[in-house]
Write a protein that binds this ligand. Sequence first.
Ligand code: ADP
Ligand code: G6P
Length: 463
Amino acid sequence: MSQTYEFVVVANRLPVDEVVADDGTRTWSRSPGGLVSALQPIVRSHGGAWVGWTGQPGDAPEPFDTDGMHLHPMGLSTDDVDQYYEGQSNGTIWPLFHDLVEQPTHRRPWRQAYETVNRRFAESAADLTAAGGTVWVHDYQLLLVPAMLRELRPDLRIGFFLHIPFPPVELFMQLPRRAELLRGLLGADLVGFQRPLAAQNFLQLTGRLLGLDPQDDHVEYDGRSVTARAFPISIDVAEVEKLAADPGVQAEARRIRAELGGDRRLLLGVDRLDYTKGIEQRLEAYGELLTDGTVSNDDVVLVQVATPSRMRVQEYQELRARVEREVGRINGEFGAVGQAPVHYLFQSMGREELVALYLAADVMVITPLRDGMNLVAKEYVAARHDDQGALVLSEFAGAAAELETAFLVNPHDVEDIKRALADALHADAAEQAERMRPMRAQVRGHDIDRWARDFLGALGQPT
Ligand code: ADP
Ligand code: G6P
């Protein structure tokens, strides 16, 4: 019998992405997104296994051990990628769970593929987990896995965590096969959300859709008790602080500032290129500040890092075109030879470079229209050991509930973004420190380890 593990994480993606070069050689790089940033330190510290996709269509490579983790790749065919990943996960569930920022598409073959792929993930987890072990399933791509896994392995403790928002009852009701999705989640012993309201929405739905009788933070279902609670996710604070204290990273921050024109104030955006992130609204506000003369290309520069994401999905291609057009327009209109008001980087980058940017930035601009948490906000705060810098943060990011002294904005209101940017640029050192200190204390007191301990403790797994 093959080796089994006491602790198994199941997520759509592995922590590493398979990269296939033009000559066919294959290498691994870090996967994009907050889920991987958050989970990697936990699986490593448990010596656990991780079931997930490599990011490339095709057969799964052999399982392998790396960095103290056992990685168990799942193969997705080109059709699976089309229908389960780009279709049902990112064309239906993602926009619907983000409050219809884009219109979701509903297709029957996508739902079928979603079910088939969820079953394969559940089967792999069932094979890989030791008797009485714990499986922690993650995110919207795998909503059916908890129930499928329970059917195969009733002996397991099963936890589920949703990294993105959970929609209000009326929105969830729009989903075809909604009861089945809800029953999928009810296969878990503990269902975790970013925000308390999300847990309430979920419990309320069990009453509305399945006629159950939720009480406080739990509901009885199928002879078991299922608990639903908020566990706001966080970051590996020690890792970010270590990088921020590194003399090489600090030198890089100084180099970036000098390169961009020593005295110019630096605004920074770091996001996956996703329509939930409010990148267009941010650019619009910045463009208007340049137009009305509140800021000028001589005193201010915006660096916008946009990580490529889901680039085969049409909405993402269209977003890219719109963002790049707007960057071009602003640079054309307000730039000078050798001095552009927007530096746009459509690429992923190493952790050192990212933290150097955080250290260099006077104002971090985070304006999602809807975001489960937003780890970039917490990373920026953790990096600022000097208590300097200003955070402009959308009220619609989960992080806003914890980072209350940020310059909070309604990203749907461009005037409000302009106001917050101007206020943040004008904040003197004392105001910056006054706002940054409580945010740093909050993030340092609630790091990723604590999040995992809270969740796994509530699940009844020794940590
Ligand atoms: P999401 O999960 O929606 O992408 P988050 O802000 O929660 O958004 O998490 C993004 C994670 O990806 C953070 O840990 C951030 O440091 C990382 N990241 C974002 N952009 C880049 C990039 N260009 N290169 C490398 N890592 C990035
Ligand atoms: C968000 C989601 C994750 C996802 C990540 C990157 O953080 O919550 O589940 O992995 O975005 O998206 P991708 O589609 O590239 O995996």
